[in-house]
Design a protein around this ligand. Structure first.
Ligand code: XIL
Length: 357
């Protein structure tokens, strides 16, 4: 045997291992790339919504944005606006006091700029997803007030001219009525809401300012408190829009939702549906997906029936990237497209409700 041949025989296993590893890496990379975009029927939901005077948006998942071309394609063709799902929250931008991390938020805003998508900034003052140093810092009122207004100013100034609407305060009402307890209310008292809005107006006078709420979609004590707070903010010229999250399930849209939203519209503020999804108990049956489609259609009809309902955002557009399975174990299938980006009955119902005269 020649020396050369022997060398090759000895090297063969090494070459095999190297090639196999490269193959595995490539396969893994492909799996991370996510499914290809499927052809979706029609012009795109965003265009249909725009024809009705509604800005259609979706929550934006930063991982999918970075790694999944199919996801980016659907985003760019079906929607006209994004809300970064987590990237602008306080724990994301300032995990350690004074150490600012803008990578993910910048990615979202840059992508939006390149694709002419509007951005909803989410969210500046919230009781949840706070960094530990802040939540457990034991700050007294003056220091906490300064931290709050500095945070609002820094984040809003960074994205001045690039974020159309900010959720300045999120989920500030208690379920049974009154304000929700938490760091802000407990330390600063009820005036923290107006203080946050005043700081936001100052930071970017051209941005639209919103108060965003969960579980106040239908009328009830929570919506009543919200109405009082909004009326006062409006009187002071501090608010432009109220967001209703619309996290629903197969129980459907609250029957009083349109009527409730009209009360806000009548105050002269815009109304937006900001985080719509419709969760289904696993595994979703075809019958359940039909009911879900009805709920999505109803939601569009509600927005269309309220004079100042001018924006509708879904909290993710594919079941592949939805917060439901982790936040409500045993539930899922909450969005318009399945894991493979294929349209579900909800997609057609949503489209039909936008098309209907
Ligand atoms: C959720 C995100 O979707 C999850 O990824 C995260 O783990 C928790 O927060 N109300 C809001 C949103 O205003 O910010 C929340 O988003 C869902 C409820």
């Amino acid at each position: 045997m020649s020396r050369r041949l022997r060398r090759w025989i000895l090297l063969a296993p090494v070459v095999f291992v190297v090639l196999a590893t490269l193959g595995a890496i490539a396969a893994h990379h492909d799996a991370q790339k996510g499914p290809d975009a499927q052809p979706l029927p029609g012009l795109g939901l965003g265009r249909l919504a725009a024809a009705r005077g509604i800005l259609l948006g979706t929550a934006l998942d930063d991982g999918a944005l970075q790694h999944e071309p199919g996801y980016r394609h659907v985003l760019g063709t079906e929607f006209d606006a994004i809300t970064p799902e987590n990237a602008m929250k306080w724990d994301a931008v300032e995990p350690k006091q004074g150490e600012l991390h803008w990578d993910a938020a910048d990615r979202a805003v840059d992508f939006a700029g390149r694709h002419r998508l509007k951005v909803r900034g989410h969210t500046l003052v919230w009781y949840s997803q706070l960094p530990g140093w802040l939540a457990d810092g034991g700050f007294k009122a003056p220091a906490l007030r300064r931290l709050m207004t500095d945070h609002i100013t820094t984040e809003m100034r960074r994205y001045r001219g690039r974020v159309r609407t900010w959720d300045v305060v999120n989920e500030a009402m208690a379920d049974g009525g009154g304000l929700r307890p938490g760091l802000w209310l407990d330390t600063l008292g009820p005036s923290y809401i107006a203080e946050a809005f005043a700081a936001a107006r100052k930071a970017d006078p051209d941005a639209r300012l919103a108060l965003n709420e969960i579980g106040a979609d239908g009328s009830g004590p929570k919506a009543d408190t919200l109405l009082k707070v909004v009326r006062e903010l409006k009187r002071r010229g501090l608010i432009d829009e109220v967001g209703f999250q619309a996290h629903f399930n197969l129980n459907g849209v609250p029957p009083s939702m349109a009527q409730n939203l009209r009360r806000f519209s009548d105050l002269g503020v815009d109304v937006a549906i900001t985080e719509a999804d419709v969760s289904v108990k696993d595994p979703g049956t075809p019958e359940q997906l039909k009911v879900q489609a009805e709920v999505y259609g109803d939601l569009v009809r509600v927005c269309r029936s309220v004079p100042r309902c001018r924006a509708l955002t879904v909290w993710g557009f594919t079941d592949r990237h939805s917060w439901i399975p982790s936040s409500s174990p045993g539930y899922g299938s909450a969005t318009l497209l399945d894991d493979e980006l294929k349209p579900k009955p909800a997609y057609a119902a949503f489209q039909a409700a936008l098309r209907a005269p």
